[in-house]
Design a protein around this ligand. Structure first.
Ligand code: SF4
Length: 277
């Protein structure tokens, strides 16, 4: 009997998936011996948002962007704000099927309301990178911008397919230690590589959610800012305030911590923005 399992190489997990089963992220499956995105075009959320909400503060400020989310994520943050769609296994929650053409058409229809393009966001979009690639190709022909909001956990090969198609990225840098990433089911080095490769060719802003006991260390912030500044001192860093959510219920980050970390980051970086404060 043939074992029709196949290995997914989109992120470091390299899941071995059996025919018809789902990978760890809940977004990819195997059909006829090939790994395919189970969540292709299956949107759970679609909204016209201010671009600052992504957050992107230095990319067409004052405009709107059509923001689309599907389901699945390859990390397991206990304070996830979108856990209903990020941790959903399979297609249970998607509300509508969109082809790349249909999504581009919708984005064009919103131009009169200030829309500049399409943002792939809400769940972890890169676990379904093929839908981003196909939609961004069409969007580009219509002079629409494509934006990705991601945890950066993607292998180099699929990332390189997207690089020429994406105008702007917001990348979460969730902690500056491998130990911190391990607690969240990710790998620091994979995100650092994504930041490095994307900022060579696109506009990139980085977000760190400052979580007590995970990403509020002053020494870690100093090293994080130095790393980002080594790529580009003008690279924007958003420091966002954590509030209790999902399975994590330590009290909200004190505002003073955010102010102190901003001062430290500003020793290396020119643009540090506080969020949720
Ligand atoms: S993208 Fe999903 S299926 Fe593929 S290796 Fe990562 S977790 Fe596994």
């Amino acid at each position: 009997m043939t074992d029709r399992a196949a290995v997914c190489s989109v992120c470091w997990r390299h899941c071995r998936i059996r025919e018809g089963q789902l990978g760890w992220c809940g977004a990819r499956t195997v059909r006829d011996g090939r790994v395919i995105p189970d969540n292709y075009g299956k949107l759970t959320s679609l909204a016209l948002d201010p671009i600052e909400k992504k957050p992107l503060s230095f990319f067409h400020p004052g405009t709107m962007i059509l923001s689309a989310g599907s389901y699945g994520c390859n990390m397991a943050c206990p304070f996830c704000q979108n856990f209903e769609i990020a941790r959903e296994k399979g297609a249970g929650r998607y509300s509508r099927m969109f082809s790349p053409d249909e999504l581009v058409e919708r984005a064009l229809a919103y131009r009169s309301r200030g829309n500049i393009g399409i943002a792939f966001t809400y769940n972890e979009p890169l676990v379904g990178y093929e839908f981003i690639r196909d939609t961004a190709r069409l969007a580009r022909k219509e002079n629409l911008e494509a934006v990705v909001v991601t945890n950066g956990q993607i292998e180099e090969e699929p990332l390189r397919e997207l690089l020429p198609l994406i105008s702007a990225w917001n990348i979460d840098l969730k902690a500056f230690t491998e130990e911190g990433y391990k607690r969240l089911g990710g790998r620091l080095q994979e995100t650092l590589r994504t930041i490095r490769l994307t900022q060579e060719v696109s506009h990139v802003e980085v977000t760190t959610l400052v979580v007590p006991g995970l990403s509020d260390g002053e020494e870690d912030m100093k090293r994080e800012a130095e790393f980002l500044a080594s790529l580009d001192p003008a690279l924007p860093l958003h420091l966002s305030r954590y509030f209790p959510c999902y399975q994590y219920d330590v009290p909200a980050t004190p505002k003073e911590t955010l102010f102190r970390l901003k001062e430290i980051a500003e020793e290396s970086l020119e643009r540090v923005v506080l969020g949720n404060i």
